[in-house]
Write a protein that binds this ligand. Structure first.
Ligand code: SIN
Length: 358
């Protein structure tokens, strides 16, 4: 979709990319039932116009609608177009920072995707990319979208306490690295970063900042953005009491390229899955274990020794591990085509082994 602004695109500006979500949602009866609404109804221009009068003096804004969806419907193609738009903007001297308005349901996937494909570029270009969204639709009393958008615009456009270029997120007055997003509450205003190591947006906390710098130092090279049609098919399967082997065997005749197991405890799975998963791996399906507990790291060979080739997700949640596996499988395919014998595990480990901010 096209871009709109009242400034020339050559004037230094902040670029706002609209993806939809509750921040762009409308409720038919906002006073009586603000939580019954449709996401992705209001254009990003209107969201920006609503806060334009209070953005810091001299900051010019350009907005572009890339999608206007409920983020539960986010597709591989949306990620490709967002990643390419962010990359272009990072390389554009007129763009000083980037804000992305996004649904919170899958903002954690987009956060991981952008870090893995554009994180190094954002760092070296000294530009901040800030994801934000809202938990209340735009016409609800006390809607949180305008203040979140304003915080994101301020953070993208100022040099608050020397916070380096990179991929971040802002909700409810706090900021975190976008790789730490994980929506773990259905309604709280800070749901996507409730459990993330974070800092108040206006007052960067030094211990958080040193964690950010450690992640930035460890992230050496962005992975390629898969083009449409290049995204490998990867599914998440949850192990549970009463799990059946058929949950795995039904995939053996499919074109699935990877499975992420949201396992119990340390990322374990039901004994009835062991043989079918071995068979899947023998057929070339990539296997990653993570934990369904919602917190803590999943470590290799803990508590049992992993089957050869099976990888543990580290601190990646299942949704993040799924995107990481898709990117790793694609990166390995591209590397092999270029004559480099790198496996998906080589690429996946680069993401899973990033230092954790505490
Ligand atoms: C969505 O993810 O698009 C809907 C939910 C939200 O933005 O909070």
């Amino acid at each position: 979709m096209s871009s709109i602004s009242n400034v020339s695109e050559n004037t230094p500006h902040i670029l706002i990319l609209g993806m939809g979500g509750t921040i762009a949602g409308l409720a038919p009866n906002p006073e009586e039932n603000p939580l019954q609404y449709q996401a992705g109804q209001v254009g990003v221009d209107a969201l920006v116009a609503h806060v334009q009068a209070v953005v810091p003096e001299g900051v010019k804004l350009v907005s572009r609608q890339l999608a206007n969806i409920n983020s539960r419907n986010l597709t591989d193609a949306h990620l490709t177009s967002l990643g390419l738009a962010v990359k272009d903007a990072l390389l554009d001297a007129a763009v000083k920072g980037i804000v992305i308005t996004h649904g919170t349901d899958t903002i954690e996937e987009t956060g991981l995707f952008l870090q893995a494909t554009c994180g190094k570029l954002a760092h070296t270009q000294s530009k901040r990319v800030i994801l934000t969204g809202a938990m209340l639709p735009s016409n609800a009393p006390g809607a949180d979208g305008p203040s979140n958008l304003l915080d994101a615009l301020r953070w993208a456009s100022t040099s608050i306490d020397n916070c380096p270029g990179g991929i971040y997120a802002v909700m409810d007055g706090r900021g975190c690295m976008a790789i730490d997003l994980a929506k773990r509450h259905a309604t709280a205003l800070n749901a996507p970063l409730q459990n993330a190591p974070s800092s108040s947006v206006g007052l960067i906390n030094p211990s958080w900042l040193s964690g950010v710098k450690a992640v930035q130092a460890a992230w050496n090279e962005d992975l390629p953005i898969p083009q449409e049609g290049e995204w490998p098919w990867v599914e998440i399967l949850t192990s549970h009491a009463g799990a059946r082997p058929e949950t795995i065997t039904q995939w053996l005749s499919s074109a699935v390229k990877g499975l992420v197991i949201a396992g119990t405890g340390h990322g374990g799975f039901h004994d009835d899955w062991v043989n079918p998963l071995d068979q899947a791996m023998a057929q070339g399906v990539a296997l990653v274990r993570t934990t369904r507990t919602g917190a803590g790291a999943t470590l290799r060979n803990i508590p049992e020794v992993d089957a050869p080739g099976c990888w543990a997700s580290g601190a990646l949640t299942a949704p993040r591990a799924r995107i990481a596996l898709q990117l790793a499988l694609n990166a390995s395919t591209q590397a092999n085509k270029a004559g480099k014998p790198l496996t998906w595990q080589d690429f996946f480990a680069r993401i899973a082994d990033l230092p954790e901010i505490r």
